[in-house]
Design a binder for this molecule. Structure first.
Ligand code: ZN
Length: 314
């Protein structure tokens, strides 16, 4: 049997196997993170280890449905540069280079892509990458923060979370520390685990507060060093490897479910609603509704038909 069906690590396939993986309609999952401070007790790679661990877990459950790409390491961290070790990807470079990956996948024939994000401040940037992928290629792309997988089942969070809301789970917190303890406990400096507060949360403003699972309606997001002394935002002392195991298993379960559903969902179709058809290509690098001519359409001498091409795409 070809490895295309059983291998979930993208980079372990050969090019003929990639052709088969495209035929299988596999969903591509790109773990996206950052190299960033996570307090005195967690290493700099938390935002990589967490989404990659979850993506690999799902890959092992549904290897015939998905491929996990090598992680994208360097995220948007400009606001964290007052802490040593943090690497910032300029937001334009970051958006462009993740877009390069999604466009490469779309070009080769993968039409379903998930950006599995591990770093909160990547969200607005990766949301734009996903939107642009949807408008500038014929693939469908979605951005999902891994922690949001824990909200699919409404009963899950209350079943383990002990830290206060808001603020107990934000960064290097009860959640991230638990998952890292489970995935790579030897690399946690267990003697240095200490709670940390978010100073503006302490003001108890109805407008300005943060948590991984919600935020105030009007929250100023500025320099990290202006609202935390240690870089720990949340109640890390409540973290356990057992909570990490439960979080891991729930996230893997929900990601596997989503991949399975997304893989088979037909793409929603566009329809040109102009009475008079536009006479120029769509600007901004966005796809016109008439898709580009395909090699097959050229070789039989037929003019590429927009409708046909659109129908063909998954
Ligand atoms: Zn983090």
């Amino acid at each position: 049997m070809s490895r295309a069906k059983t291998e979930y690590r993208y980079e372990k396939l050969t090019w003929p196997e990639i052709n088969e993986a495209v035929e299988l309609g596999k969903v591509c999952v790109i773990p996206c993170g950052s190299v960033e401070q996570h307090g005195p007790h967690l290493p700099l790679d938390v935002d990589i280890v967490c989404p990659q661990g979850i993506a690999y877990g799902a890959g092992r459950q549904v290897p015939d449905k998905m491929l996990v790409l090598p992680p994208y390491w360097y995220g948007y961290c400009g606001h964290v540069m007052d802490f040593p070790g943090t690497i910032n990807g300029h937001f334009e470079n970051f958006i462009r280079s993740v877009l390069d990956v999604t466009k490469s996948l779309a070009y080769h024939g993968f039409k379903k892509i998930i950006l599995l994000n591990g770093h909160g401040s990547n969200m607005p940037n990766l949301d734009l990458v996903a939107r642009r992928t949807n408008l500038e290629t014929d693939a469908e792309c979605v951005c999902c923060g891994w922690w949001n997988l824990l909200t699919v089942d409404k009963n899950f969070l209350p079943s383990w979370r002990e830290s206060k809301f808001p603020g107990g789970c934000a960064h290097a917190c009860e959640l991230e520390t638990s998952l890292y303890l489970y995935l790579d406990g030897d690399n946690v400096r267990k003697d240095k685990i200490k709670n940390g507060t978010i100073s503006f949360n302490e003001e108890e403003s109805p407008f300005m507060w943060v948590d991984l699972f919600g935020a105030g309606a009007a929250t100023v997001i500025s320099w990290t060093s202006s609202y935390t002394a240690t870089g720990v935002l949340g109640e890390a002392e409540l973290a356990t490897a057992e909570k990490g195991r439960r979080v891991y298993e729930e996230a893997v379960k929900q990601l596997s479910r989503f991949v399975t559903w997304f893989a088979d969902r037909p793409k929603d179709q566009r329809k040109l609603r102009h009475t008079k058809a536009p006479t120029m290509p769509m600007p901004w690098g966005q796809e016109s509704i008439e898709a580009a001519p395909r090699p097959a359409a050229r070789s039989n001498g037929k003019k590429a038909n927009g409708k046909k091409a659109v129908k063909k795409s998954r």
